[in-house]
Design a protein around this ligand. Sequence first.
Ligand code: PA5
Ligand code: MN
Length: 191
Amino acid sequence: MLNPDMLRSRFDPVTGEIAGARAVRRHLSDLRGCFADSQAYEVALAAGNPLIYSVGAVEPADGEGDLHYGLGLLLPGRIGNEYYLTKGHLHAWRPAAEFYFGLTGEGVMLLEDEATGESRIVPLSPNGVVYVPGCTAHRTMNVGTTPLTYLGVYPAKAGHDYSAIAKNSFRCVVIERDGKPAMMKRKDLLK
Ligand code: PA5
Ligand code: MN
């Protein structure tokens, strides 16, 4: 059945809102443990609790072959040398892959293979598509000076598993070095 309500949505890439969609807003206080420099995090939090990102999710149907999608809006900024970031997750159904389509701003995705720990950073920008394979933890950073917006499309049954990342975090961090994003091992940043 072609229910017109599921066939189209309208989003605003400036506000990150999708008409009628469930929205999650994450502030700095929601990201405790995500930034490697916990001292810089506490200093920033004492000064205020800004919105870091929002995600509007559209879940048209939940069948075996269905897709869900989310519009992310990630603001520019840094905690110490680390760019503002999303919590990051694995999919609860591990084989689920995902496409990210860059809409506005300049971003980077940090991908980490769950089995091997291999880590890579991939640019996320307008006219670019990032493919996140299954069994891969993923986190998004805004490495520019304007809001980053993107669309993530994933199997309806993917689900979001935050627990593994909350426990061990990503092995690598993305920092600003000489005005550019660079990846380094989390443990080396803390030395
Ligand atoms: O489903 C996705 O991968 C995205 O829509 C993310 O949910 C979005 O980038 C926000 O990240 P997180 O879910 O890790 O907070
Ligand atoms: Mn995902």
